[in-house]
Design a binder for this molecule. Sequence first.
Ligand code: TYD
Ligand code: MG
Length: 457
Amino acid sequence: MAKGKTCYACSACGYESPRWVGRCPSCGAWNTLEEAISAVPEKGPAKLAANQRPGTGASAMRLQDVPEDTTLRFPTGIQELDRVLGGGVVEGGLILIGGDPGIGKSTLLLQVCANLARQGRKVLYISGEESARQIKLRARRLEIEEPGLYVLAENALDAVEQKLRELQPDVAVVDSIQTMYRPEMASAPGSVSQIREGTSLLMRLCKETGISVFLVGHVTKDGAIAGPRLLEHMVDVVLYFEGDRQQDYRLLRAVKNRFGSVNELGVFRMTGKGMQEVPNPSEELLSHRARGASGSAVFCGLEGSRPLLCDVQALTSPTFFGTPRRTVNGADAGRVALLLAVLEKRAGQRSYNQDVYINVAGGLELSEPAADLALCVAVASSLKDQPVAPEVAVMGEVGLAGEIRAVPQCERRVAECARLGFTTVVAPRASVRPLKAPEGVRLIGVDTVMQALSVLF
Ligand code: TYD
Ligand code: MG
């Protein structure tokens, strides 16, 4: 029996309508109306006049008088996660971890729970997807046997709330938001209204009780956490867990953090015994490099404040019929097309009759324009069938005239190259001019792609 009034809400703009229509009258989007409940009635006195409503009872105070608290944050002990969180878990924070199913969210969070329990905190792991025994099995595989770790298999929101209030843990995990539901709402678990209801309930609970909650959210096929962007503005921190399921690297990225900076990156590896931290990702990413092969260039990217060296690979082979193929893995295909045109027009590197395959090793995704030069060099190296010397790293943004533009934070990148034993760094002249080269590293400033190619080959 439905307690609240059923209505239909647009998942794109939030417009509410008493009956379902195919097209949202407010924003014009098609097929976005979903069943929702306009209001779940309170248990207390039915309706109060506006001036009688209690609210939270808080009164406004001067910002100066708000007490400062510095002990509110506690580290999880998993450094790659702490970095992304900005130093650790904040008391009463709601942290959303999104990612494809099977990427390792439950595994990582169970490890986090064990770590926190080991520090003497009370931790509750609530799963709507697995039974307590299945969690136990996973825990055994991860060699977790902490006495302070409680598990609960439950997916009714009210029961979850009650158990959280009873047990009063320091930290809780809710795995996953898509499985949590209110039975009195007519829509199915995982629908926009259920997700919205569940998240707002957890948010209230976090702030009220000071329990920090990790919330798992599966990502739908189009890349958004179900309920388009709905959750992101409701929670304090949004982390995305990404990586190829075929490869064992997992990248944890912060896209929103009310308590720290965003765009930080944590690197893990999925092993037989759960997630393992990768404190030195550059070394790992380069460890399988084919030295002395043509079509490869090393680039130093930046993920947040973290420099990351990666191997950019290109392979060109003659097209036998039809249009040449361009297959790009780990970079933007449009950008690669642009760079091929620049190479052709400005540096005489012809690829119109060549199939071009681009791959960024390790499953990384290059989104910075600073990677342009490395892509150009890799393609040119394959076209010429001449390898780039193995101790050379390249970086720079390439413009349509073939000019090389400055890259941000060049010093940091150069330092990382030096740390990993690269002795020559080819970078934009504007970026290297103010820099002092680290010991044993030769910095070569270049102005055009043509110049870079003549330095390298
Ligand atoms: P899981 O954490 O269940 O993913 P999610 O919660 O994001 O859906 O991870 C499932 C995958 O991880 C599964 O394919 C098995 C693999 N796995 C390992 O490789 N090692 C392990 O120690 C564990 C527990 C899982
Ligand atoms: Mg899971």
